[in-house]
Ligand binder design. Structure first.
Ligand code: 4HQ
Length: 234
C-alpha cells in the first residue's frame, strides 16, 4: 500500500514514520508512506497556503490552488479513473472507526490531506477530495495528528506490517468489544495478585474468563458497542 500526506508540516511525520512497526514496514517495502510539503505546490513569492475568509470572521482559510494542485499531482484528477482515495481529515467528516480502517486497508493508494487554520476552501473539497474523515469529536489545530491516527490504524491491518497477524485479529473492536485486563510479571506487585485463572495453565478456562471480562468491561464502559450490529464493526 502507498500513503501520501499533504501538509504544511511534513517534519511532524519524520519520527513517526521512522519509528517501530511503520519504520520497519517501510524499510521492508511493505508500505510506502510519504509526507509532502504543500508549499511546494505554491507559485507566489511568499508561498502562501492561506487567505482571509470570504464573509469575514476570525482566522484564515486554506487556499484552493495549492491544495488541488498537490492532490492532483499525487492522485490524478478526481473521477472514476483515479487510482487513489483522497481523504481530508476534518471535524466535519464522517466518524472514523475500525470498520472504516479495515476497508481503507484494502485500498492500494491513499492520499491524506491535513489542513490547518479554520479549514479548507470548499471548492478544493468539491474538486479534489473523495471523502472527509473525523477521528473524534474534538477540535485540534491541524489535520496532521488525525492523519497519523488514520495511517497507524490502517497500516497495522496491511498484511506484513504487524509481525504476528494473530495480534491484529484478537484486539479490541475487531468484534466490537473492549479487551479485558492484561497482566505480565511479577505475579504479585505491591500486594496485587494476577488472577489465579491466568496462571492455572487451563487454556479453556483462560479463554472463557477473558471473554467474560471483555463482555463485562464493554457492558460497563462502552454499552453503546454492544448495541451495534456486527457489520458496523465498531
Ligand atoms: N482538525 N478529526 C482543524 C480536527 C480533526 C478531527 C483537522 C482541526 C482540520 C483544519 N480532523 N483542521 N477532530 O480537529 O479530523
Amino acid at each position: 500500500m502507498r500513503i501520501d500526506v499533504v501538509t504544511i508540516f511534513p517534519e511532524l511525520f519524520e519520527a513517526f514514520l521512522r519509528t517501530s512497526l511503520l519504520g520497519s514496514a517501510r524499510e521492508a517495502g511493505v508500505l510506502a508512506v510519504e509526507a509532502h510539503d504543500l508549499r511546494r505546490f505554491t507559485h507566489d513569492r511568499h508561498r502562501s497556503v492561506d487567505d482571509v475568509p470570504y464573509g469575514g470572521g476570525p482566522g484564515m482559510v486554506m487556499k484552493p490552488e495549492p491544495l488541488v494542485e498537490a492532490i492532483e499531482a499525487l492522485a490524478g484528477p478526481k473521477g472514476p479513473d483515479r487510482g487513489a482515495r483522497v481523504i481530508l481529515l476534518s471535524p466535519q467528516g464522517t466518524p472514523f472507526h475500525q470498520a472504516r480502517a479495515v476497508e481503507l486497508a484494502g485500498e492500494s493508494h491513499l492520499v491524506l490531506v491535513a489542513g490547518r487554520y479554520e479549514g479548507v476552501d470548499q471548492r478544493a473539497v468539491e474538486l479534489a477530495v473523495d471523502e472527509e474523515l473525523a477521528i473524534g469529536d474534538y477540535v485540534l489545530c491541524g489535520g496532521e495528528i488525525p492523519a497519523m491516527v488514520a495511517i497507524e490504524a490502517v497500516a497495522r491491518l496491511v498484511p506484513g506490517v504487524v509481525g504476528n497477524p494473530a495480534s491484529v485479529e484478537t484486539e479490541s473492536f475487531g468484534d466490537a468489544r473492549l479487551e479485558g485486563p492484561q497482566y505480565t510479571r511479577p505475579a504479585v506487585f505491591r500486594g496485587l495478585e494476577v488472577p489465579a485463572v491466568l496462571r492455572s495453565g487451563n487454556h479453556a478456562a483462560i479463554a472463557r474468563w477473558r471473554a467474560e471480562q471483555a463482555f463485562e468491561w464493554t457492558r460497563r464502559r462502552r454499552p453503546d458497542l454492544l448495541g451495534r450490529r456486527r457489520e458496523e464493526g465498531s
